[in-house]
Every structure is written in structure tokens, then in C-alpha cells.
Design a protein around this ligand. Structure first.
Ligand SMILES: O=c1ccn([C@@H]2O[C@H](COP(=O)(O)OP(=O)(O)O[C@H]3O[C@H](CO)[C@@H](O)[C@H](O)[C@H]3O)[C@@H](O)[C@H]2O)c(=O)[nH]1
Ligand SMILES: O=C(O)[C@H](O)COP(=O)(O)O
Length: 322
């Protein structure tokens, strides 16, 4: 097997926390970590706590730690707040813009209430991971001015019900995202985890993008960064190993639709996605045949945040300077 030797995969052990703090100070950067969370009461508290202890309390690398509560019906918000995060409900941010639900919506809404010029995203369902994720994701943005987007690379096991490693995970990655990139954007085929939920981006770049409200947000950010800045503006960082909660196969269908719709939009193709909602029909085996089950999959996109709020691209601490 060829090792992950693509030239752009950074080894985060080659920079120190002192290097990052110095670069952050020199560049006048303000760093925000955003954790989107929908019904993650069992894990969000520990994700917040680990980041807060390491990078807010002990080392001043992260200036703002925010959880966007994405329509949770469990105790996600309470757990995140008591672990030390600032918590906003996605639906309470700019309610004048109308309702939408999904992971991309949570990240897009974060643009309207956060202050960092550098944004790092972490999923809230992480099981195996570590505090090193944060400085690793931030490194290329703080140390290399030409980098706009940083994607995490990791070994991602598929865990069975007992937590045992059954095989390699990333089912939508392998069956949908990677084939789509091979067909339509071969200049991104070297991205090892195109759908990784752990990524970092400059506010100025993210605020200029159309953002799919659902799980299309990662592939859209990759394609849009490439269109605006070229593939060389994307760095990958090796984070080691990461495990998360797995979806059932049938709930990955809507995720796949959202990833495909985001790519189709960027190819300028007309498709069912133009309607904003795609009806996905799935089938359950029942006695004597199959029962159809319909899922309405939201493939809408939010416009660039700066088109609604010109200040969304500016670190709000600096707005008074102008
Ligand atoms: O409506 C939603 C759905 C999910 N999430 C949160 O988003 C993160 C990732 O969601 P999850 O359902 O765990 O996604 P994965 O199955 O892990 O999907 C992978 O692939 C997706 C498709 O590209 C990415 O968006 C994910 O970040 C990436 O981890 C988690 O913190 C969720 O709580 C929301 O905030 N709102
Ligand atoms: O990123 C993906 O491909 C999906 O989230 C599925 O991941 P999993 O197969 O590791 O659960």
C-alpha cells in the first residue's frame, strides 16, 4: 500500500504550540472553534471539555469555543454549556432568514455569531480523538498565508456494536465522495478524507461560499475553495486515528444525496436538487413484499454570508477600527 505521502499532508508534529502562539500573535489572529451538535448529549460535553481545558484554560490558543445546537431534543445544550462552551441554538440565529435544518446550516449560522478570523470545526460525536486535533488543524492557517482550508486526515475504523474495529469506515466517502471527485474534480482526488468533519478555514473564504444546509457542506467547501483559490490553497493534516458514532446504512442514503447534490450544483447541472428538496424512496422488507418509505432530503443552500451581512467576513472586534 502506498503511504499517505501526498506532498500536501502536513505532519503536525513539525510545529510546536509556541510556534502557533507566536504566529497567532504576529498575525493578530482570533481563533474560534465551532462544534455543530444535534442530539449529542452523550459526547458533546467531553468534546467541549477537552478543548476548553487544553486550548482555552491551559494554553490561550482558542479565543472562542462555540456549540451550535442544531435542533436537539436531548440535553446537548445543557451538557455543552456546563462543559464551558458558548451555546447558540441554530434556529435563534438570524431567524429572519427563515428556517433550515442540518449540519451545514449550523456551520453557516456560526458565521453570524462568532468573531474569529480563523474557524475550526469539530464534530460533537467523537469517541476516539484527542486535543491535538485543534493545533493540528490550525497550524497551516496560522503558519502559511496561502492556505485557506485545512482538512483532517486520519485512520477511521468502522466499529461494531461492541466497539471492536470491524473494517475501515467512511462508507459515503468511499462510495460517493471519492468517486464523484475522481469523475468531476480529479485535482482533488488526493484528498484523503474529503468528508472529514474536522476542518479549518479562514472566515474570509467561508463567508464567500454558498453553503449547503445539510451534509454537503464539506464537499462544497472543497470544491469552492478550489474554484476561488486553487487546490494548492487546501492543506491536509494527519491527526492519527479517529472514531465516531456510526449511522445505519439507510440513514446514509440522505447524506449521499446531499453530497451528490452539492457536487451537481457546482457542475452547473440541472437536477432534481433544483427544487431544494429531493424525495428519496427506500424500501423495508415486509411479509409478502416491500414497504416504501420516503425521506424528504433538504438540498437547499444558503447564500454567501457576506451577501446578507457585509460584516460577516470581518472579525467583529475590528469593525470599530474602520
Ligand atoms: O442536522 C444536523 C446533523 C448533524 N449535526 C452534527 O454534525 C456533526 C456530524 O454529523 P454526523 O451525523 O455525525 O455525520 P457523520 O456520519 O459523522 O458524517 C461525516 O460526513 C459528513 C458528510 O460530509 C460530514 O458532514 C460529517 O462531519 C462527517 O463526520 C455531528 O456533530 C452532528 O451532531 C448537526 O449539527 N446538525
Ligand atoms: O464520512 C462518511 O463516509 C460517513 O460519515 C460514514 O462514515 P462511517 O462509514 O465511518 O460511519
Amino acid at each position: 500500500m502506498t503511504p499517505a505521502s501526498t506532498d500536501d499532508v502536513r505532519d503536525p508534529t513539525t510545529w510546536s504550540v509556541e510556534d502557533l502562539l507566536a504566529a497567532k500573535h504576529r498575525g493578530g489572529h482570533h481563533v474560534t472553534v465551532v462544534i455543530p451538535a444535534r442530539d449529542e448529549e452523550s459526547t458533546v460535553g467531553s468534546v467541549v471539555e477537552v478543548v476548553r481545558r487544553a486550548w482555552v484554560d491551559e494554553v490561550p490558543l482558542v479565543d472562542e469555543l462555540v456549540v451550535i445546537d442544531s435542533d436537539s431534543v436531548d440535553a446537548t445544550a445543557e451538557r455543552a454549556r456546563s462543559a464551558g462552551a458558548i451555546v447558540h441554538r441554530a434556529c435563534d440565529i438570524r431567524p429572519d432568514l427563515g428556517p433550515a435544518q442540518g449540519k451545514g446550516e449550523a456551520l453557516w449560522k456560526a458565521l453570524h455569531i462568532t468573531t474569529g478570523d480563523v474557524l475550526a470545526f469539530l464534530d460533537a460525536d467523537l469517541i476516539e480523538w484527542g486535543p491535538h486535533f485543534v493545533p493540528a488543524l490550525l497550524g497551516p492557517l496560522l503558519l502559511e498565508p496561502g492556505i485557506q482550508l485545512v482538512k483532517a486526515v486520519y485512520h477511521r475504523p468502522l466499529l461494531d456494536a461492541t466497539g471492536r474495529e470491524a473494517e475501515t469506515g467512511g462508507r459515503v466517502t468511499e462510495l460517493v465522495a471519492r468517486p464523484l471527485l475522481a469523475l468531476n474534480a480529479p485535482e482533488l482526488a488526493h484528498i484523503i478524507q474529503p468528508l472529514s468533519g474536522e476542518w479549518a478555514i479562514r472566515r474570509s473564504a467561508f463567508a464567500r461560499m454558498f453553503v449547503p444546509v445539510g451534509y454537503g457542506v464539506e464537499i462544497a467547501a472543497l470544491l469552492d475553495t478550489t474554484s476561488a483559490h486553487g487546490p494548492e490553497a487546501i492543506a491536509q493534516v494527519d491527526l492519527g486515528r479517529r472514531a465516531h458514532r456510526h449511522h445505519r446504512h439507510d440513514t446514509l442514503g440522505p447524506m449521499a444525496v446531499q453530497v451528490m447534490a452539492a457536487v451537481e450544483r457546482r457542475l452547473g447541472e440541472r437536477s432534481a436538487a433544483d427544487a431544494g428538496v429531493v424525495a428519496l424512496q427506500q424500501f423495508d422488507p415486509v411479509e409478502g413484499g416491500f414497504a416504501a418509505r420516503w425521506r424528504q432530503v433538504d438540498v437547499a443552500e444558503r447564500p454567501p454570508a457576506i451577501s446578507l451581512d457585509p460584516l460577516a467576513e470581518v472579525d467583529p472586534r475590528r469593525q470599530d477600527d474602520s
